[in-house]
Design a protein around this ligand. Structure first.
Ligand code: ATP
Length: 138
């Protein structure tokens, strides 16, 4: 099934200038970029995005990090894109992410784990609406 998923290349990825390499991985796999922009995430967007973690002790740090400097926000499209992007990202904790995955190749720390990808089609729909207007998605 053709799906859209929301991907954020987090501030650590943009600062390290590895955005292009990560985008290339998705394109090489056969996924396409349906929307993309370099943007400063607002406090409001960050809190909405991380709403499921609102009660967690690390919620403040999550919001502070994602708003600390610009991110690359993208909508990635393809067959089962939600699941495919998640498998290409690797485990949340870089200590558990396999070499060959994005986190397994680029990240060492949970708090600076390079990338976010929606975890379900419903989350993708919700998250795309936080970062993009309908006319920005092609
Ligand atoms: N125990 C924790 N301590 C600190 N940070 C955490 C912890 N658990 C998760 N995080 C951070 O919160 C983010 C969201 O956690 P979640 O469980 O939704 O992981 P994920 O879905 O793999 O990651 P993301 O939402 O960024 O794609 C993680 O990417 C990570 O940066």
């Amino acid at each position: 099934m053709l799906e859209n998923t929301l991907v954020l290349l987090k501030p650590d990825a943009v600062k390290r200038s590895i955005s292009g390499e990560i985008i290339a991985r998705f394109e090489r796999r056969g996924l396409t970029v349906a929307a993309m922009k370099l943007m400063q995430v607002s406090q409001e967007q960050a809190k909405k995005h991380y709403d499921e973690h609102r009660e967690k002790p690390f919620f403040g740090e999550l919001v502070d990090f994602i708003t600390s400097s610009p991110v690359v926000a993208m909508v990635i499209r393809g067959e089962s894109a939600v699941k495919m992007v998640r498998s290409m990202m690797g485990a949340t904790n870089p200590l558990d992410s396999a070499p060959g995955t994005i986190r397994g190749d680029y990240a060492t720390e949970m708090s600076k784990n390079v990338i976010h990808g929606s975890d379900s089609p419903a989350s993708a729909e919700r998250e795309m609406n936080i970062f993009f207007t309908k006319d920005e998605i092609f």
